[in-house]
Design a protein. Sequence first.
Length: 175
Amino acid sequence: MRIWFRKKMQHILKAQKLITSMQIEIISFEDGLAKIVDKILTAKRKPAVISIHGFPNSGKTELIKRVSIKLAKEHKIYGARGMSGDSLDKMGFYSCAQAQYILLEDMIFTDACDEISQKLFGHKQDLTAYIAQKVDEKKLAANCEKFKQEYGLIINNPNAKNKNSQYCADFAKPL
């Protein structure tokens, strides 16, 4: 009986460790801003390519704007920003030779940003982040492995402006 109980407990502990290791940290807007800035400052390859993903009105553009302002004011570092579907000249890629970072924004799929980064700079993105107005932790947990493969950062942004409530991510609570 003791051997059976000990084996059962070991099995339970292994399962708990596995679940814990698969959990994704959901961070605030300000913490996400700080992590993105830190990633750009510590990136080994230049330009650092960071993409921010999320549904409309989740705060992607605001986050990118605030990252750009913080880097320019506090670190005198400049880069280019745009949407993954923009033409290269619209994004300012003609000036990318001097850019220290590239910030891309897109909906939830990371493929287009991966393609741009690989084609133009010869390397994968340095970071992909997902931002949502309200992150549904239950749905996120159910899709944990997929999210860990796609995104390096999950940002909860409850202060996002709800301009149009028709959009709702699979991973965000209905508004």
